[in-house]
Design a protein around this ligand. Structure first.
Ligand code: BGC
Length: 775
């Protein structure tokens, strides 16, 4: 057990090995990857896993959900806020840090069960003094404005004076190690000693002047008795750094305890005049309560979260833990209490993609929440509802009707995908993604409908969901153009999920989902009508929907062009895709990544059939009911050989679809790729944040792919598992239409029961046979 390598006082806190991600040695080249993987978040704020004493290679960041700023950046992005982690310990001016001393022992451990980052370092300084530093940090899930660090420090072969700095650093930047893109998103308004109590910095974002306050207070005492040890203290302001110096006596082999309490409030939470006072109050309550009590409350919340979210894969320790790692970051970042924020493509863990929400949220992450935390799922969808006004304007601005959601969304719902970016060589790159990639609008409608179907949350639908589905249907009707030559409606100049072909005409995925969205628009109008005339009137007048407009809807719905080759049953990814140079993937690198054939590079990838990511296969995954199994198989086989999986969104979908069509040859490799994308840094960009869509995709791959879980068109929950030979079974819980179920699946059996809910039985299917499960 890993915990046995820590002192006894920490052992009782640390979970069993299956919950731990361990870093055994220090290599500064790995710092940025660990900063992402060891980032902690409670959904309100997120602090990357950098070292308290600082290291040369580091992007220390604390992002706060909903705090965005543009300034000189391309678009509004999550603004880095003051770094509250800083603790520097010195003995005779020698800094006790991982880069400043010889490392006799080194260990950092992310405890996913408790959301605590532990560490144990044994350091020898240049004068031969050895010090053991152990401890942990956490960001409270119980009180979202609290975070803390606790250290146990033991001088092993000396006694003397130890000096310490409590550092609160407001000099933080975004893209700090990228000179071309570096931005400072905040003005510093106050750097002070928090009325004599510690350190305080108040900043404001530069564009919207949103105030952010960060405060820290430190305590030092003997392990055996809670008496203050600090002999003297001096506060100094160093520009944008608040720094409190302290000193205390240490004795050989006597452990002292250092507590650092931190609190953050912003103008999004309280009036700006009240930020500082809230922080002072929060910190004094926190100190009175103590770190141990807070940890207890915090871990109790996690226990409840994991009770539902955890999945156990018996027989495969690697994927079992990797899946847990994905779920840990995903579920930690969602905040069911805040419907003004969504989940960014890199969560709150890094600066790539600016903290923007993409289709990744509704298509890849949402299913996990619908099945394990419907409240969080609802909050994510309410975020879209809250921004429907901006989506309406976005449609108008682009010459359409209804609501068109932005490709990238931050806090105000305007398009946050830049029109241009600068390439590393300094050249300007005209970025057309937002101009052409429109499917996100249908994906959001899909997410909402899926939520409704799987939760039966009629109240949400009547108040919020239906309006979005109808308004987005209206958008698609206006987006389609009539082609009189073929008597059909078309979507021209569009980009599908595969961004390597941009733009195209009649992308199959987009056209099909547009048709689906319009159909659901009709269904929602019926739903509203049947529920109450006043709700129907209310929503339709908000949307400005006139009954006779619906004829046009029907016409577009019936005649929208879906590129499909009847003879060989192939869906054509877009019009004339089959005329491109056909190149197939035949080789894989050592990480099982497809090697893009040289021929494709010679031709220019966009002139060939090679894809970035799942596109037609994505469609078949989402709307499986609408395609016969043999069509699914033909298309899987065809596109599998032509997809490069250069987006981390792709492998999970191919693993599921391979299993659905009975080709399990690649499924496990795809799952591994998806599950380990950050733990093994297999895309080489984990430093920039967690691949959140892949986290959700990994859950879907295990449950919906290997577990074969589907909800059929009659809303019956069905299971058709195919588990790799070395998996004994998988065990998980899900919410399904108001019931909480517990399920254990093997290749030949299912053990399922109802744990909660207002029904005593439920008919499900296992391997196509009906089965009634009970409480
Ligand atoms: C993918 C998109 C995805 C985005 C954010 C891109 O590389 O092609 O499908 O939405 O990354 O994850």
């Amino acid at each position: 057990m890993i915990r046995e390598q820590f002192s006894t006082k920490l052992q009782s806190l640390i979970s069993d090995d299956k919950w731990l991600i361990v870093q055994d040695n220090y290599d500064s080249k790995e710092n940025l990857v660990y900063e992402t993987n060891f980032a902690l978040t409670n959904g309100y704020m997120c602090t990357r896993g950098s070292y308290e004493e600082t290291t040369k290679t580091s992007l220390p960041s604390t992002y706060i959900a909903g705090i965005y700023d543009k300034s000189e950046a391309f678009m509004r992005e999550l603004a880095n806020t003051p770094d509250w982690l800083g603790i520097k310990l010195y003995v005779e001016r020698n800094l006790l840090g991982v880069e400043d001393c010889e490392l006799l022992e080194f260990k950092r451990v992310l405890d996913m069960k408790k959301s605590i980052l532990f560490k144990r370092f044994k350091l020898r300084d240049g004068d031969g003094r050895e010090t053991l530093i152990e401890g942990y940090r956490f960001i409270s899930r119980e009180n979202l404005h609290r975070a803390a660090i606790k250290l146990f420090v033991t001088p092993l072969n000396y006694s003397g004076i130890m000096e310490m700095e409590n550092i609160l650093d407001g000099t933080v930047l975004n893209f700090k190690d990228f000179p071309r893109f570096r931005v400072k998103h905040t003005n510093t308004l106050e750097v002070s000693n928090l009325n004599g109590k510690g350190c305080y910095i108040e900043t404001e974002t530069r564009d919207w002047n949103t105030h952010i306050g960060t405060g820290t207070i430190m305590r030092v005492y003997k392990d055996s008795e809670r008496k203050n040890l600090i002999k003297s203290k001096r506060y100094s302001t160093f520009g944008e750094v608040a720094l409190e110096f302290m000193d205390f006596d240490v004795k050989e082999n006597e452990t002292i305890v250092i507590d650092k309490f931190a609190s953050i409030y912003t103008e999004r939470d309280v009036k700006k005049e009240d930020i500082k006072i809230n922080i002072e109050k929060e910190l004094s309550d926190f100190i009175l309560n103590g770190i141990e009590a807070e940890v207890k409350d915090h871990t109790e919340v996690y226990e409840k979260m994991w009770d539902i979210a955890n999945v156990t894969i018996n027989g495969d320790d690697l994927i079992d833990k990797a899946l847990r790692f994905n779920l840990f970051h995903l579920m930690s970042t969602a905040n069911p209490k805040d419907d003004t924020v969504s989940l960014g493509a890199k969560l709150l863990h890094g600066e790539e993609y600016g903290g923007h929400a993409y289709w990744d949220t509704e298509i890849f992450m949402l299913p996990f929440f619908i099945f394990t935390n419907p409240e969080a799922a609802k909050t994510l969808l309410k975020y879209r509802y809250n921004l429907i006004g901006a989506a309406r304007e976005n449609a108008t601005f682009n010459g359409f009707k209804g609501a068109k959601y932005p490709w990238e969304s931050a806090d105000d719902g305007t398009e946050q995908c830049p029109d241009w970016t600068i390439e590393p060589d300094g050249s300007c790159y005209r970025c057309m993604v937002a101009t052409y990639e429109h499917h996100v609008t249908a994906d959001i409608a899909f997410g909402i409908y899926n939520y409704f179907r799987l939760t039966k949350d009629l109240d949400f639908m009547l108040k919020y969901g239906a309006e979005i589905i109808i308004e987005t249907a209206k958008f698609w009707v206006s987006r389609c153009k009539y082609n009189s030559e073929f008597d059909r409606y078309e979507i021209l100049d569009v980009t599908g999920p595969d961004e390597w072909h941009e733009p195209v005409n009649n992308n199959c995925y987009t056209n099909y989902l547009a048709k689906w969205n319009i159909e659901k628009g009709f269904e929602m109008l019926e739903l509203l009508k049947n529920s109450s005339a006043s709700i129907y009137d209310d929503v339709t007048s908000r949307i400005c929907l006139i009954e006779n407009e619906l004829e046009a809807w029907k016409e577009v719905h019936d005649k929208i062009y879906i590129p499909f080759n009847k003879e060989d049953k192939l869906m054509e990814q877009f019009e004339d895709y089959f005329k491109l140079k056909d190149v197939v993937i035949t080789e894989y690198d050592k990480n099982d990544m497809p090697v893009i054939p040289a021929e494709a590079r010679e031709y220019g990838i966009k002139n060939t059939c090679i894809n970035k990511q799942a596109d037609v296969v994505m469609l078949m995954f989402l709307l499986g009911d609408e395609f016969d199994k043999d069509i699914q198989k033909v298309n899987y086989d065809y596109y599998e050989k032509r997809t490069s999986h250069r987006s981390s969104l792709s492998p999970s979908i191919f693993s599921i679809m391979g299993l659905r069509v009975g080709d399990n040859s690649m499924a496990y490799k795809y799952l591994r790729r998806s599950a380990l994308v950050d733990l093994h840094n297999n895309q080489n960009n984990t430093r920039e944040g967690i691949h959140a869509a892949s986290c959700g995709g990994t859950w879907q791959s295990v449950i919906m792919g290997f577990g074969g879980m589907e909800v059929d068109k009659h809303n019956v929950l069905t299971f058709n598992p195919w588990l790799p030979e070395h998996w004994t079974d998988i065990h998980f819980k899900i919410y399904f239409r108001g019931l909480l179920l517990e399920i254990t699946l093997s290749n030949t059996s299912i053990d399922a029961k109802i744990l909660e809910g207002d029904s005593d039985n439920l008919t499900i299917k296992f391997k196509n046979k009906e089965l009634v499960i009970t409480k």
